[in-house]
Design a protein around this ligand. Structure first.
Ligand SMILES: *Cc1c(COP(=O)(O)O)cnc(C)c1O
Length: 355
């Protein structure tokens, strides 16, 4: 952290750290938060008053727009501590750019770059003891923006809060994941805001995902809203299919979240000499490949778990199990990415950012 970092940010330290009460060996993902939070307010046409303060509840007017019209966007990123006690972020510029794209689509003001990095660095400096050493340990960072203007008029808010909270995380084991391919419900439509990391995209997924859970699946793989013929993405992850030795994933569109992990998987896989095809993927193609024994893997990609292998899938009442294998692309690619994140391997792509 440089000296200039503190110039813009007001800091109020938490005098009652909770860190001693936290069992870092038994963390439930996203349930414990650090001692501080970053908060910046937007009013009178500009972002102002950036500050790091003790983690605390917010006070909002019950008529605040976020509660009624859902102007809310967020990000998910992580900080990692290496064996030499240095702290790193992974491609934070991608998260910064994406939250502003999400903001633009929901008619919310873009957040300034200097406040983003200075706020984040100041927060991480104060809460650095919460970032534990060890492969798999990390600090999950959740920036978000909400509309705070009071009044139930259905129009964009003129006041917002940009907040960053942080939650210590252990190696994330996604458990046994079987996915249901959507044939009725949709997560996003063309012209909509599926590409934005908007709270509402999640709210709309919970009900169909609950229905899939009743059928024994943990997640849904969403298909295109028009025809349900093309596979798009899983609930909180982008999705990859390995057919023979080729990795296939669908292209980004306005219906699909442009995942940082997805991009990284594509680059790392190509660097390993794996043939990667970014093209529309038909449900029919995947089912045929599964029936022919050519579908070797399905996995999801996202910041929380990096890569989550899928054990099987269902479609319109039928179920398929994927073959068990010794050395999967999922494992190999995950290790490569984590080695870069934890400063255990050369960073030839320039993805690491030292805090
Ligand atoms: C956040 C998210 C992802 C994964 O994005 P990463 O940048 O890799 O974490 C994928 N799909 C959806 C819907 C998401 O919200």
């Amino acid at each position: 952290m440089t000296k200039e970092t503190l110039q813009n940010i007001t800091v109020e330290k938490n005098k009652n750290s909770k860190i001693g009460e936290v069992d870092f060996d038994n963390l439930v993902f996203g349930s414990v938060f650090t001692d501080h939070m970053f908060v910046c307010d937007y009013h009178d046409g500009q972002w102002q008053d950036p500050q790091v303060i003790p983690y605390q509840p917010l006070t909002l007017d019950p008529s605040a727009r976020v509660f009624h019209y859902g102007q809310a966007v967020f990000e998910g990123m992580k900080a990692y501590r290496d064996d030499e006690d240095q702290v790193w972020l992974f491609r934070p510029d991608e998260n910064f750019n994406r939250i502003n794209k999400s903001c633009e689509r929901l008619a919310m003001p873009e957040f300034p770059e200097n406040y983003f990095y200075e706020g984040l660095k100041t927060l991480l400096e104060l809460d650095k003891d919460w970032i534990k050493k060890g492969f798999g340990n990390s600090l999950y960072i959740r920036p978000f923006v909400i509309a705070t203007q009071a009044g139930v008029m259905a129009s964009p808010s003129n006041a917002y809060k940009f907040i960053i909270i942080c939650s210590p995380a252990q190696a994330y084991y996604g458990g046994e994941v079987r996915v249901k391919i959507a044939d009725h419900y949709s997560r996003a439509a063309s012209g909509g805001f599926g590409f934005a990391k908007a709270a509402g995209n999640y709210a709309g997924q919970f009900y169909p995902t609950n229905l899939a859970k009743e059928d024994g699946f943990q997640q849904v793989i969403w298909t295109d809203a028009n025809t349900h013929e093309y596979l798009e993405e899983a609930g909180t992850m982008n999705v990859f299919f390995r057919i023979d030795d080729t990795l296939v994933t669908c292209p980004i569109s306005d219906r699909i979240l442009d995942g940082v992990t997805r991009k990284s998987v594509i680059d790392v896989a190509r660097d390993m000499g794996i043939n990667v095809e970014v093209r529309p993927v038909k449900v029919k193609e995947i089912i045929e490949a599964a029936n022919d024994g050519r579908l070797k893997e399905i996995f999801g990609s996202g910041t929380a778990a990096v890569i989550t292998p899928v054990l099987g899938f269902g479609y319109k009442g039928d179920k398929w199990e994927l073959p068990k294998q010794d050395s999967t692309y999922a494992q190999q690619i995950k290790k490569r990415i984590m080695d870069i994140q934890y400063n255990k391997a050369e960073d030839k792509f320039g993805w690491r950012y030292k805090v």
